[in-house]
Design a protein around this ligand. Sequence first.
Ligand code: KG4
Ligand code: ZN
Length: 361
Amino acid sequence: MGNNLKKMRILAIDTSCDETAAAVTENTKVLSNIIWSQASAHAKFGGVMPSLAQRMHEERIDWVINKAIRDSGLLWINIQAIAVTQGPGLAIALGVGINKAKQLAEQYRLPILPINHIEGHLLSAMAAGKKTKDRPEKVTFPAFGLVISGGHTELVLMEHIGKYRIIAKTSDDALGEALDKAARMLGLGYPGGAVLEGMAELGDAKKFNLPLPMSRRENAGIWSYSGLKTAFYRMIEGMDLEKNNDKKQIYDLAASFQNRAFQHLTRICESQCEREMSNYPIRHLLVGGGVAANMELRRRLRQMANRLGLKVSFPYSKKLVGDNAAMIGVAADMNCDMGNHDLTVVQNVDRKPRWNIEELK
Ligand code: KG4
Ligand code: ZN
């Protein structure tokens, strides 16, 4: 935010997957950030059920929005725009948030700011909290952005707000998805990334020798977790984990899988960043997405950034790493600042389930 005098207050909504989320932001400051997670309802299916997600968003959205307004300490008359996730995500889930945004925009005569969910994750580390300690470091562009979530693994060269180029991505599973699948193979439930982290902390990563994915496409900036997953499946196939109830073995398996998955992530990140840094004066790496909650991964990304001479930023709160609407409000504010949005028009917003970050305009 360049201008401290201007206060842009936004109600933001995100219903892209299985979190019903609403937030109020003031410039890049988060005033409230309400997240209603449906994860436990989807757990028995081992993944997100779109029709269930849609129904649960519909049931919860008013409650979440009202609470976001109430907790912000503001009134509707203080809100200047409604930001909503337009994509990517589950089509029928996105539709719930977009319809609600349209209804509220009409009711309160406010403009709608359609936002890309991945851009939200990319900018989440720039959100500020109410406390002084929760202020992010100043970021200069161009910068690198890394999104690691259940649906996306993307390393992005952020030329400026609104202009992004993907420099590495996955050809199969996203990192979070791979961790979730490994967790499921170990019987740890869904989504299992955080549980796997807890187990891995107690285990020995050298106990089981899993292959490091050495995809020939590594130089092209392509991650692939399928080989690692298959190797992991084969490795545990012959072990009767439940019968033996051998906790130590599960800890070691979790640590071994996580170790390889993270090595693969940082190797490609490092080589791609290094390559781009010979052409661009880049100083900063912003990290977002659910897997950015992982402390071991943060440690490794910090080490990597040190080697490259980059500063690395994570969101100030765990509520900003997974899916949330505050990041959508922050992205909307930054786009308005850049003149990328016209605040005088109520736009005709339609969902974009496959919206690529490189095609924002
Ligand atoms: O960003 P997010 O909430 O939703 C998507 O947009 O996908 O990310 C969810 C992913 C899941 O795969 C989950 O297992 C993973 O983030 N995750 C973690 C941790 N917390 C959540 N992975 C590793 N360590 C964690 N602590
Ligand atoms: Zn997400």
